[in-house]
Write a protein that binds this ligand. Structure first.
Ligand code: ADP
Ligand code: X2W
Length: 258
């Protein structure tokens, strides 16, 4: 059976109309499914309001103790519960989780090489049996971008990485398909031209896209994670507009292959 792991980005969450449209489409997706959400933009806005500066390095947030509090409140609080409530309103029996809940996603502090990211976690494992028990009982897990180390420490983890790791872990039980949904139509040749979607990215054309800076910022972890997922048994990875998850959708998007 296919399990769909669908990730939505910060710009979708932040935009009331886009979020409502996505929720309707996600609720209508048939079969077992898991939603992973970010909320990076909302966290940056709240941090700014309370005088905490945000530093991003290659799409990842440097997370000090105060920033960790903000992201926990935003991702695990407002963003997660708002999405769960809206899904409930659309007949989808969602349950909101962080990686600490049910020990679902374990992580270690990202090792310091040239950069110390602070309380940023690299995922070490997921509890696929616990997640599967939720699926089997008819619930739809909704994960925010928070993990833990099993010793009481929460971590901020890139939501794209969480989605990929869940897809990899759950591939022990299901055929998994990973969808990265965001506000654009896919990975674009020209970021200002929605018609310039690159329909296929693979390990051959990717280095050029990276070198020519066609792929930058938040798209770097997304593609890194896409390749990692495919190498570890995930059957399908797509990047595109939320409309691509609609059954028989003709929406153009980017498909990643090895
Ligand atoms: N070639 C590209 N095509 C589309 N988006 C790109 C590209 N290169 C960089 N990006 C950036 O990647 C962003 C998506 O990643 P990210 O900021 O992590 O957002 P999300 O929260 O949606 O995952 C886009 O909003 C865009 O600014
Ligand atoms: C470590 C790290 O960078 N974590 C991300 C988690 C949220 C996220 O990934 O949100 P989007 O998918 O909306 O970008 C962050 O704090 O921005």
């Amino acid at each position: 059976m296919e399990l769909k792991i669908i990730k939505i980005g910060g710009n979708v969450i932040e935009n009331e109309t886009a979020l409502e449209a996505f929720i309707t489409d996600f609720a209508a997706v048939k079969g077992p499914k898991i939603l992973v959400h970010g909320g990076g933009k909302l966290a940056t806005q709240l941090a700014e309001k309370i005088g905490i500066e945000t530093t991003m390095v290659e799409g990842r947030r440097i997370t000090d103790a105060e920033t960790l509090k903000v992201i926990t409140m935003v991702y695990g609080g407002f963003a997660n519960k708002n999405i769960v409530a809206k899904l409930q309103g659309n007949g989808c029996n969602a349950i909101g989780l962080s990686g600490a809940d049910g020990n679902a996603i374990q992580a270690i502090k990202r090792p310091v090489k040239t950069i110390d990211y602070g309380y940023v976690g690299d995922v070490t494992g997921i509890s696929e049996q616990t997640i599967d028990a939720l699926l089997k009982s008819g619930l739809t897990p909704v994960f925010c971008a928070i993990t833990h180390d099993g010793n009481g420490q929460l971590f901020n983890t890139n939501a794209d990485t969480i989605a990929a790791t869940i897809a990899v872990g759950m591939s022990n039980i299901y055929n998994t398909a990973l969808y990265y949904c965001f506000e654009k139509n896919g990975v674009m040749k020209d970021i200002n031209n929605e018609d310039s979607v690159i329909e296929h990215i693979n390990t051959e054309n990717y280095p050029t896209l990276l070198a020519e800076k066609i792929v930058t910022e938040g798209m770097i972890p997304k593609l890194y994670n896409a390749f990692e997922a495919l190498k570890q048994n995930v059957k399908k990875v797509c990047i595109g507009n939320t409309k691509m998850i609609v059954e028989n959708s003709q929406q153009k998007h980017t498909t990643i292959t090895l």
